[in-house]
Design a protein around this ligand. Structure first.
Ligand code: ZN
Ligand code: ZN
Length: 145
């Protein structure tokens, strides 16, 4: 993770005649997706599970419903996206088939499927995969068991 300091130390700035306090904050940036947080611990937690991290762990799989999503097993199942001139995914059918293979391999874990798509630079839309819907289904099954 990268850390950088923002602001100019503890000082008083005069703005429109009012004294304002500004404080220096440290921001931590995820090296995989550029997300920022203000604490080192929350960034460490995020990076370990970041969907853009090829060596990520998976918090959802750890819930016990799905088996471990090992990204090195999932990524080779997904083809690279082929975009045509009008901005459509030329191999959409192939990608949708691959999503089902990934689904089997990771034990139907929505976070692992999303991570595979993101790391292949494939947007969820227009594929058959709807992360929000899949998560709702996942947690419903989890809570029912
Ligand atoms: Zn991240
Ligand atoms: Zn998972």
């Amino acid at each position: 993770m990268a850390a950088y300091e923002k602001g100019g130390g503890v000082c008083f700035k005069e703005s429109k005649g009012v004294l304002m306090k500004s404080r220096q904050v440290t921001q931590y940036i995820c090296e995989f997706c550029n997300k920022r947080t203000y604490t080192k611990q929350s960034m460490a937690n995020h990076e370990a599970n970041c969907t853009m991290n090829p060596n990520r762990g998976c918090r959802m799989c750890l819930k016990g419903l799905a088996e471990g999503g090992d990204m090195s097993r999932l990524l080779p199942l997904m083809p690279d996206p082929i975009w045509n001139d009008s901005g459509d995914l030329e191999n959409l059918a192939q990608i949708n088939e691959a999503i089902e293979k990934v689904r089997k391999e990771c034990g139907d874990c929505p976070a692992c499927i999303l991570a595979t798509l993101r790391q292949k630079r494939i947007p969820s839309y227009p594929t058959d995969f709807n992360y929000k819907y899949e998560c709702e289904r996942f947690w419903k099954e989890y809570n029912d068991n």
